[in-house]
Design a protein around this ligand. Structure first.
Ligand code: AMP
Length: 637
């Protein structure tokens, strides 16, 4: 497919107002990229998802602003300066990177800026002799993959050359989407759910036979469209669920699209986990003991460890020792679970490979685990007696590339595995938690966290009290019969922590927002009363304020507009995007916890602060004090 075709379709998608219309338009594009084909079209020797010259996986990923699938640790790693520089170079000798950046500051997004230049003047350059050929989707993909592989000395300039080479061959419409693609944001109103539905629509819709094996599909499979009637989607819930499930296990929209086309429902359902290909972590919602007992009857109670999420992938081999050098095979290509030995690989919650930062965990897994596994767990810092230390201690180790050995001496780590997604050749994610937990205990007895079953609120609360007494954060309350659903924040897992009180803090600074919100304040610096006046419970007239954090979460456009209007009259000075603000407005803020931190003048920082509301009823003199912050942080004031 020509990149110009992709760009034109992307432009049309951006203008499509309705959800169903968008899904149908994406389906149409996928059908065009996939040759309108299905299993019947694939040549006999073509492996699913791997046909040479197949644009479908690439186009599917491009739609989501991706070159690599989410689980892939490769990144383009294009810094904010590189793209403007490449655009400037392609735009000719009269344009500098600073010009491009100026336009970017005005337009707020790179696509519009890239589309504003004429790159034609450079096309005839001898060094880019092929410049007159139309750029294809496959070429863009290939060039960006090559660019991602550039490392070491001179890699920045090679990346710049590669990007320049691409822009140089773009017309404005192509340049717009190339620029957005390299920065990972397409801005065409197509989210993951839309692509999921469109894959089902294109390759599995009932109109083309929901037979379960894809064999009966018509070659001209395409989305249902009609000129007069309201557009409707044909793919059934079952088809969408099969696509969703395959996405959960692969994290690769490109692969799933090709699988749906080539192997239909059966192929999607057969897609398994691959040791070495991380999946998204299953997440939890907040809930109480009563919620859990009412929803699950019997409740699986586990300690909520306060550390960093880690997914462990390991296939023991000869000797089974940790193999720090081993790289997972390209998981984009490898579809099977049978695989060669793989030294333990550890992935963070964002699916980044953090093995090198946590060598003792990898060594311990290699030492103690004898079967191929995918484990889910939490790495916590512990003191000499093995008692848990606060979360900040783990952060010192994680993720870290330098000084690993020294930090290993300073901060001891322990893995608490609480789930097992794969053991000894069997995928377990569709099994109930109680089965997975038994397999976890078999596969990794040393690391397995305890799971207790409780059937009444008192028993759950007693377990919570015991976990808190032991220095943990709280408990996780889980449905023992629920499968593991990667990436899902459902009600099957409930997290229960002691309630935290909100804080009433004073706005003492702000930062301008970005992009669409560039005209509004976007981030607010928070302070609490710290002067002698605060201690006296005085009027606030002589108060000093100590900063405790910045809040930018939980604010709607409306709230931002309101706060901007309220605060503008109190701006004292402006420095770049940062504003200093006279204390006048009190915000109620929630947070997960308060940590000691050198970042703010109070010596404390709110972790995950979120805006709750404006305390209209409170003046600055009624705002919270540093003393209360210290108390909430657990320090005696
Ligand atoms: P939160 O970060 O407060 O949303 O809580 C959810 C996080 O708690 C998970 O992402 C895990 O990193 C962590 N966690 C600690 N212990 C457990 C456990 N037993 N089961 C699941 N998640 C846990």
């Amino acid at each position: 497919m020509e990149f110009a075709t992709f760009a034109a379709r992307a432009e049309r998608l951006a203008a499509e107002p309705g959800d169903i219309g968008t899904t149908l338009a994406v389906a149409d594009l996928l059908a065009a990229a996939g040759g309108g084909g299905n299993a019947a079209d694939a040549s006999d020797d073509a492996e699913p998802a791997l046909r040479a010259g197949d644009d479908l996986p690439t186009v599917t990923r491009f739609l989501l602003g991706r070159v690599f699938p989410a689980h892939d640790t490769r990144t383009l790693d294009i810094g904010p300066a590189l793209c403007p520089e490449a655009i400037a170079r392609a735009a000719g000798p009269n344009v500098t990177a600073a010009d491009v950046e100026d336009r970017l500051a005005e337009a707020g997004e790179i696509g519009a800026v890239a589309a504003g230049f004429d790159f034609g003047g450079q096309r005839g350059l001898a060094a880019f002799g092929e410049g007159r050929d139309a750029l294809t989707v496959a070429e863009v993909d290939g060039a960006l993959r090559e660019l991602a592989a550039a490392s070491g000395d001179g890699s920045e300039s090679r990346k710049l050359d590669a990007l320049f080479g691409l822009f140089n061959r773009c017309d404005p419409a192509e340049a717009k989407f190339l620029a957005r693609l390299v920065l990972g944001e397409m801005r065409i109103g197509v989210g993951e759910g839309t692509v999921r539905d469109a894959v089902a629509e294109t390759f599995l819709s009932e109109s083309v036979g929901d037979a379960g094996d894809g064999e009966e599909s018509e070659p001209d499979a395409g989305p249902a469209e009609s000129d007069d009637a309201e557009p409707t989607l044909c793919a059934g819930d079952e088809a969408v669920a099969a696509v969703e499930r395959a996405l959960q296990v692969t994290n690769d929209y490109g692969r799933v699209a090709a699988l749906a086309r080539d192997e239909g429902l059966a192929g999607l359902r057969a897609e398994g986990l691959v040791v070495g290909r991380p999946v998204q972590a299953m997440l939890a919602q907040a809930g109480t003991a009563t919620d859990a007992v009412e929803a699950f009857g019997e409740v699986a109670v586990e300690t909520k460890f306060d550390g960093a999420r880690v997914q462990v992938h390991y296939v023991p081999g000869d000797g089974g020792e940790a193999d720090d050098e081993s790289e997972a095979d390209d998981p984009e290509v490898d579809g099977g679970t049978d695989r060669e030995a793989l030294g333990p690989r550890l992935y963070s919650r964002n699916m980044d490979d953090v093995t090198d930062a946590l060598p003792e965990i990898a060594e311990r897994v290699a030492d103690r685990v004898d079967v191929p596994v995918i484990l889910d767990g939490e790495v916590v810092a512990v003191d000499e007696g093995g008692d848990p230390l606060p979360f900040q201690e783990v952060l010192r180790r994680f993720p870290r590339k330098h000084d690993v050995d020294r930090m290993r001496e300073e901060v001891s780590l322990r893995l608490h595995a609480f789930d097992c997604l794969h053991a000894d050749g069997a995928d377990l994610h569709d099994e109930p938690l109680r089965v997975r937990h038994d397999r976890l205990v078999d596969a990794a007895p040393d690391a397995a966290a305890t799971l207790d079953l409780a059937s009444d609120v008192e028993a759950v609360e007693a377990a919570e009290a015991a976990a808190l007494d032991a220095g943990h954060e709280g408990v996780m309350l889980k449905d023992p019969d629920a499968p593991y659903t990667p990436g899902d924040r459902g009600r099957e897992w409930l997290k229960r922590k002691p309630d935290v009180e909100t804080l009433d803090a004073v706005v003492v600074g702000a930062e301008w927002g970005e992009g669409r919100r560039a005209e509004l304040f976007g981030t607010f610096l928070l302070g609490v009363r710290a002067g002698a006046d605060a201690a006296d419970g005085g009027t606030g007239g002589g108060d000093e304020f100590a900063t405790v954090g910045k809040v930018a979460t939980g604010l709607t456009d409306e709230a931002l507009a309101d706060l901007t209007e309220r605060l503008e009259p109190h701006v004292v000075s402006e420095d770049g995007t940062e504003l200093s603000i006279r204390p006048a407005v009190v915000l109620e803020v929630g947070y997960e916890e308060i940590q000691t931190s050198p970042t703010y003048s109070s010596g404390y920082a709110l972790r995950f602060p979120r805006f709750v509301g404006v305390r209209e009823d409170k003046s600055v003199a009624d705002a919270d004090t540093l003393e209360r912050v210290a108390r909430l942080a657990g320090d005696e004031a």
